[in-house]
Design a protein around this ligand. Structure first.
Ligand code: ZN
Length: 344
């Protein structure tokens, strides 16, 4: 049965875990989470605005003609409007990526709003299709958001695990330069604080620059895309299929955004992004991602592994069979490469 109150539940769980005040012996996962929750609180000054972009959409699989339509990628070529996304492996608790992305985004939205930050979503439900990736990317500039954060999960070979955060590279405007790298770094640190391991299979210390993601390319505001983990990996999937696990992602992302807003007040951000008009696209720009890899960067992963597979004792929700069966995860990722497997 589909959950109906994921953000509230996520926040309640976060409070419960952070407080650690129950009479029961905390599990390892609870201990890990309790040590890491430090929310900076509401940003000072004028109200801030964040655009959250949960990747994909619930009915994309039923709108293949629409989502396969080519759209400008922001660097002179085209790519599909949108894709179906991936999923955890089939089973009782299988969760699709679009569903996971949406739940995590809703949890982030709830926490940000509780701290006085206005939030706009690129999609307000998980039952439609699209919007196209170029539309998502342009929206941050259109609404003058302080930043846009895209939330995804990856579908890599099963042995690979961990999260990574992607920033646009090379930058096409000033907002995509230092401000976006800063945002990506804050997001990486926020997730690391939740004892979530950085990627073993892509990027360097949980970060990577890429030029092939239209949502990032089209943004004229600071932007980053999070791949929360590998849905095909048992350890990552364990986090993704539980409410407590999803709360760790939501808390880590929301805390990172609040810290970033605090450290980038409006005047400073305006100065850093003042020349945010799109720059000339150079023919030397490559469509290939930065493929730096650093397996030694996974600080924190060893402690996390001890809690792998352990339930936090909370109710693991069952996903709608109709939603799960509407997508065919075994085929949706078949054409992607393992190290560049981030479809938009
Ligand atoms: Zn995705």
């Amino acid at each position: 049965m589909r959950r109906i109150l994921p953000p509230l539940l996520a926040v309640l769980l976060a409070s419960a875990l952070a407080g650690c005040g129950g009479g029961e012996e905390p599990t390892q996962a609870q201990t890990d989470t309790a040590a890491s929750v430090t929310t900076p609180g509401a940003p000072a000054g004028p109200q801030r605005l964040i655009l959250l972009d949960p990747g994909h959409n619930g009915a994309n699989a039923q709108h293949t003609k629409e989502i396969n339509k080519k759209v400008p990628d922001g660097r002179g070529t085209t790519k599909p409007c949108n894709t179906v996304g991936t999923s955890t492996n089939p089973g009782q608790d299988m969760i699709t990526e679009h569903e996971f992305n949406f739940y995590v985004a809703q949890g982030v939205k709830t926490i940000l709003e509780q701290n006085g930050v206005k939030v706009v979503m690129t999609r307000d439900n998980d039952t439609g299709w699209g919007p196209c990736v170029d539309v998502r990317g342009k929206q941050a500039g259109a609404i003058h958001a302080d930043a846009e954060i895209s939330i995804h999960a990856d579908g890599a070979p099963a042995a690979a695990h961990g999260f990574h955060v992607i920033y646009p590279k090379p930058a096409l405007n000033s907002a995509q330069g230092a401000p976006s790298m800063s945002l990506a770094t804050y997001l990486r640190d926020g997730l690391s604080d939740q004892m979530l391991p950085t990627s073993t299979y892509i990027g360097k210390k949980g970060l990577i620059g890429r030029s092939d993601l239209a949502g990032l390319n089209w943004s004229t505001r600071p932007t980053a895309m999070i791949e929360c983990g590998n849905m095909k990996n048992t350890q990552d999937a364990t986090n993704m299929i539980s409410d407590a696990g999803e709360a760790r992602y939501s808390n880590g992302i929301a805390t990172a955004i609040l810290r970033w807003l605090r450290d980038n007040p409006p005047a400073a951000l305006a100065a850093a992004t003042s020349s945010s008009s799109r720059t000339k696209i150079h023919s030397t720009e490559t469509a290939k991602p930065d493929t730096d890899s650093d397996s030694s960067s996974r600080s924190g992963s060893s402690s996390r592994s001890s809690s792998s597979g352990s339930s936090t004792g909370t109710t693991t929700r069952k996903h709608s069979s109709t939603t799960s069966s509407s997508t065919k995860p075994s085929t949706t990722k078949s054409t992607t490469k393992s190290t560049t497997s981030t479809p938009e």
